[in-house]
Design a protein around this ligand. Sequence first.
Ligand SMILES: [Zn+2]
Length: 409
Amino acid sequence: MSFESTKAASRWVTRVIPVILAVAVGYATYVTVARVCVDYLIHDRQQNGSAVTVLVLYFLFMFLMIATYLRTIVTINTDPGLVPLGPLAVSRRGSRYGSDKAHRADDLEGQPYFMAPDSNPDSPGLEQFYTKDVFICETDGRPKWCSECCNWKPDRAHHSSELNRCVLRMDHYCPWAGGMVGENSFKFFVQFTTYTACYCGIVLGAAGSSLTKQMNSGDGVDGFLVGALGLGGFFGLFTFMMTITSLRYVLLNMTNVDLLGSRTKVYQLAVRIPRGSEGTDSYHVINYPLARPGSSYSTNQHNNGNGAVARVNSPNLGREARDSLAHRTFAILRTEAGENPWDLGYWENWKEVMGTNLIDWLFPIRRSPCTKHDRNESFYRMGKIVNEVRVRHGLAQEPAAGPDGLEMR
Ligand SMILES: [Zn+2]
């Protein structure tokens, strides 16, 4: 299946699914309210208390399910958490958010679209990485590069072939919600599957217990209840499994993408170390900003002991002197297989996604705290693993201040 036809198919599915869901909810409402509560519990058995309990629970979870579904759909379709395109991708695609048809035409004419990482030392966007203390990097110490978006990939961002864009903390493409679940929508998605599983549980309980009593009393079986059991069983099992899976991701601070091959996955981290430190047998270093060709510090290996690397002796050296003060050194370290740098422990992992209080957990109002990106240390909070990796490589636990004290902000 070609890329375009996959997109067309998923667009078609996206339009049909809400109709199917609406029909299913309409049917479940008719059966639960009219057949179970009014006809059976109130008229036949005079169990008004049971009927009211079922109705309250039914409409409570229906309301929460619909609210979280709408919040998920709206977030996915209006702000899925896209990484900006690089300048080259913008010009190739015609517009910043335009279709990708232009570059596919290029492909047909034999021009490869694959773009190698930008070799310009001043590549736009690089500073977002080296102004942090830790980021995910390649073996050469530069961040990961997306050849489709022509831009550097922030930690945990992945390229979505459905959107043809990189998505922050990408999780999975959800046909039920018609889009890519990522960091902006994951919390709402978890709430949606949880409430839907509860809602199906109410329908199953109400229809199932009424059906059992009808069969025991020999009243004859209501076919509508059997239909509700079938629907509730199907959607209930499906959303229950999704809920268990999603809650596991929340508690482990993982995404669907992180989990792929997670037992053998090794992350490479660029970890800030005192300015000018040199590499050792166990790691290489990289200095940022990257050296321009011909620059006097292009060897990336220098340290005169007091942190003042270059003095302004001549006008020509002015730029280098200024650069050297903004200069940061990173060690390129590797985790061991299966280590998750973002694992903060169950409780902190939960709060990073679900929020810090009961209102956040229950209602689809505020986004996950991990979407704020207001931290200087790293794109997402990182766990103890990072310090363990530092120590394993013979480094101090925390990023140390430079000898001149200027390095720490
Ligand atoms: Zn991309």
